[in-house]
Design a protein around this ligand. Structure first.
Ligand code: PMP
Length: 358
């Protein structure tokens, strides 16, 4: 069977070149006589892979020297709890901006550890906008302010980094590596791997090293940034094969020309899709144009009774996983870095043809 264009929000499509390289090296990595899966994480060969991985991520994101780069487990969800446990230090408060379903989950978890101040919320307009940062309530005693630069379900993305007076923490799960970012504006960024960085199983955390020295006294060692940093993220056995696949993804990104180059492609892919939606009478996207996501494009059909047929016919055209999240309904096309421009064009053509025939 030939490959399909998979619009899943995650785990999502991987570049075919990456899959092919993994296939070529599956049994025998660079004449080692072993699969990467079989290597000891403390051995010389795997150390080469791990060092290259960190160097490539630092290079792509231009991570300054005074930031630690960690490769952890537990997904972004584990970070919802680890961030307060590691960053609160002497404070008992943290600020959170609520722009959708993922912010809400981070808030719910943080409430177990501290007083949460909701700095701003777009709940009143169903999470279709971003509250103006000039009006955010930022408590100077807060250990940090947490926000979600890209809301995967609602399709809302910050196109500027907000400037706040306390350390800034960002859940970049669904837009990391999709554009250049100035790491120095952040205290911490984190992201699960299953969207722009490979299969599920690795969580990247990039954190300013001076902020991690006072974790909660009861924190399990495995959740402690300072301990993980001191052990090169190998406090226990890491998911070695996933680290290797993440490394292949980073090399692929470098070959695309890095983040500035991939950003241009992401702008062009998403602009084409939004234009197709805006020009049609059948499809619509509710998000304010200034904060539409380049990664996750939700859209609804004005005739919801056509939803099922739309999905069935899309699948016949090799366009799969377009069903929207159950909480918002409709459709969602996730178009991360690995979605080729041809995939987006194929979707646009299908949507036009579907509208014409229904
Ligand atoms: N944050 C965001 C923005 C997400 O999109 C997701 C996953 N879709 C998560 C957090 C949770 O990630 P994980 O499943 O890796 O815990």
């Amino acid at each position: 069977m030939s490959r399909v264009y998979n619009f899943s929000a995650g785990p999502s499509m991987l570049p075919v070149e990456v899959l092919q390289q993994a296939e070529n090296e599956l049994l025998n990595w660079r004449n080692s006589g072993m699969s990467v899966m079989e290597m000891s994480h403390r051995g010389k060969q795997f150390s080469t892979i791990a060092e290259q991985l960190e160097a490539d991520l630092r290079g792509l994101l231009a991570v300054p020297e005074n930031y630690k780069v960690l490769f952890l487990q537990g997904g972004a969800t584990a970070q919802f709890a680890m961030i307060p446990q590691n960053l609160l230090a002497d404070s008992s408060k943290a600020c959170y901006v609520n722009t959708g379903a993922w912010s809400a989950k981070a808030i719910k978890e943080a409430k177990k550890y501290c007083e949460v101040i909701i700095s701003a919320s777009s709940e009143a307009d169903n999470f279709t906008s971003i509250p103006d940062p000039d009006g955010w309530l930022v408590d100077a005693q807060s250990a940090y302010l947490h926000y979600t630069p890209n809301e995967t379900i609602h399709g809302v993305e910050f196109h500027e980094v907000p400037s706040v007076a306390v350390p800034l923490v960002a859940d970049m799960s669904s837009n990391i590596l999709s554009r250049p970012v100035d790491i120095e504006k952040f205290a911490l960024i984190y992201a699960g791997s299953q969207k722009n960085m490979g299969p599920a199983g690795v969580t990247v955390v990039i954190v300013r090293e001076d902020l991690i020295n006072q974790p909660a006294a009861t924190i399990p060692s495995i959740f402690s940034y300072v301990q993980q940093a001191a052990n090169q993220s190998m406090l226990n056995t890491p998911p070695t094969y996933n680290w290797y696949l993440l490394g292949l993804m980073l090399q692929w990104l470098k070959n695309q020309g890095g983040l500035a180059a991939i950003e241009k492609i992401n702008i062009s892919k998403s602009a084409a899709l939004y234009q197709a939606i805006d020009q049609s009478a059948l499809y619509s996207n509710p998000v304010q144009t200034s904060c539409r996501s380049r990664m996750n494009v939700p859209f609804i059909l004005s005739q919801t009774e056509l939803d099922g047929v739309f999905l069935q016919e899309a699948e016949k055209n090799a366009l799969v996983t377009l069903k929207g999240h159950r909480s918002v309904g409709g459709m969602r096309a996730s178009i991360y870095n690995a979605m080729p421009e041809q995939g987006v064009q194929a979707l646009i053509q299908f949507m036009a043809e579907f509208e014409r025939t229904h």
